[in-house]
Design a protein around this ligand. Structure first.
Ligand code: UD1
Length: 475
């Protein structure tokens, strides 16, 4: 039978105590409503509607195209929320599945089974039930004496002490027969007499209505209670995060990734990892990150929105919006910032920082250096403590270091400046002018070695030093 899915995502989520709409809270780096929509898509519905209200623009942005949106301007209950989809969804499919935007752990297989049972039994309403450790707060499911059909769902506030003791509760997810749902939802909305002691329009009240009409109401238990939990407060959010992370890690381990301690390895939903890569504890792979094959990442490493090639190593380092080509390595304690690109086989050792720079193949930058807005040629050596002074307080300036250049320890490269191929700078040099290829410079400010005669050679490198360039800082 054809399927229509409605995802309720209009609520604020007061129990979250947050400015962010509840369904926008991330799980493994992705707003929880995205998981629900992805699960709905996996069922290949003919019609997929998302009900938005609180923070509608944010939710629309997160979910994107390919779904129909309906707006619930006022939050008047779950039944009212579904009613907002009537115009776009009614009559579009045989079965209507209602999902909650705050219940992201439900699996497509679980929903498929419930839908199959609902359709095979010809029920008007089939709810997905579960047994949480503590049923407080959930709608309790009252079954008939045979235990097969559902008599009522009783919300916490309306429940008697005996009903509160019932362990089976409603997950809030339902299958409805399309032809039955829409006219009866309209009746429920129009006639407060159908509503049990409350002003809101609850989906749950459709159960009593179907019963009165002699229609079959079923409950299909979800075996894994975790799939049914609504992440409506922070403690449950943490539970959901742990479960989602466990699922993601399991998937990557099955794909050939070693996690030395999966419980301490944090891989977000959008990440990809090649086989034979090892992740050590306290490693976070976030956003749009790709890690190649045979890498060793961590311990204690954050990789965010970055691409790491095959056979790379990163230890105790932070890598953000950066690229590491195959065989390059960083750490301990390195930081690649936006636009950093380490070419093949680059070695970046202790306490280095690179921003918006390309380091060519085989470059070595062993210790305590900062390169910003720089281009470094192949096989150059960046000595300990080298700094590109790329910022004059107003503008950023580029630095170019040629292939095979040797930058002595503690060199300040005052940008804009170019050091030619094969050139060398002495330890502590402050380079304020371009250095020709295969030339040695030293001192403060740096001048050519051996010193040239005054008035001869390159005037830029006259031995009588010009006043030192205004000190520039690194940024
Ligand atoms: C609901 C069920 C309860 C079930 C529980 C499971 C009802 C009346 N109660 O209670 O039986 O045990 O879920 O978690 O259905 N929403 C809207 N518009 C509204 C109201 C809600 O879009 O006007 C959305 C919320 O964003 C949320 C979902 O519906 O995603 C659930 O609403 P919520 O108010 O949290 O229901 P519960 O009180 O948890």
């Amino acid at each position: 039978m054809s399927l229509s899915v409605i995802v309720l995502a209009a609520g604020q989520g007061v129990r979250m105590k947050s400015d962010l709409p509840k369904v926008m809270h991330p799980l493994a780096g992705r707003p929880m409503v995205r998981y629900v929509v992805d699960t709905a898509r996996a069922l290949q519905p003919t019609c997929l509607t998302v009900i938005v209200g609180h923070g509608a623009d944010l939710v629309r942005q997160a979910v994107g195209d390919g779904v129909t949106y309906a707006v619930q301007a006022e939050r008047l209950g779950t039944g009212h929320a579904v009613q907002q989809a009537a115009e776009v969804a009614a009559g579009r499919a045989g079965t209507v599945l209602v999902l909650f935007g705050d219940t992201p752990l439900v699996r497509p297989e679980t929903l498929r089974q419930a839908i199959a049972h609902h359709e095979a039994q010809g029920a008007a309403v089939t709810m997905l039930s579960f047994r949480p450790g503590d049923p407080t707060g959930y709608g309790r499911i009252v079954r008939d004496e045979a235990g097969e059909r559902v008599v009522a769902i009783v919300e916490e506030r309306d429940a008697t002490p005996e009903q509160r003791a019932i362990g089976e509760v409603s997950s809030g997810m339902y299958c409805f027969r399309d032809g039955w749902l829409w006219p009866n939802l309209a009746r429920l909305a129009a006639d407060p007499a159908f509503r049990a002691k409350h002003a809101e329009i609850y989906l749950t009240d459709l159960v009593a209505m179907a019963r009165q009409q002699g229609e079959a109401v079923l409950a299909v238990p979800i075996a894994d209670a975790l799939e049914a939990i609504g992440l409506d407060q922070r403690a449950k959010l943490a539970q959901g995060e742990a479960e989602m992370r466990r699922r993601i890690n399991k998937r990557w381990m099955l794909a050939g990734v070693t996690m030395v301690d999966p419980a301490m390895t944090y891989v977000e939903a959008g990440v990809e990892i090649g086989a034979d890569t090892t992740l050590w504890p306290n490693t976070l792979l976030q956003g749009q990150t790709r890690v190649g094959r045979g890498c060793t990442i961590g311990p204690g490493t954050i990789v965010r929105d970055s691409t790491i090639g095959d056979g790379c190593r990163a230890e105790l380092s932070v890598i953000e919006q950066a690229i590491m080509d195959e065989g390059s390595e960083i750490g301990p304690y390195g930081h690649l910032r936006k636009g950093a690109h380490l070419g093949p086989g680059v070695h970046m050792g202790n306490f280095g920082e690179v921003k918006n720079s390309y380091l060519g193949p085989g470059v070595k930058m062993g210790h305590f250096s900062y390169l910003g807005d720089a281009t470094v040629g192949a096989e150059a050596n960046i000595g300990a403590g080298t700094i590109t002074c790329n910022y004059d307080g107003k503008h950023k300036h580029p630095t170019v270091v040629g292939a095979g250049a040797f930058i002595g320890s503690d060199t300040m490269l005052v940008a804009p400046v170019t050091v030619g191929d094969g050139a060398k700078t002495g330890a502590g040099a402050v380079v304020t002018h371009d250095v020709p290829a295969d030339t040695v410079v030293y001192g403060v400010p740096a001048r050519v070695h051996p010193p040239q005669q005054e008035g001869k050679g390159d005037p830029l490198w006259s031995p009588s030093p010009e006043p030192p360039a205004e000190a520039q800082e690194d940024k």
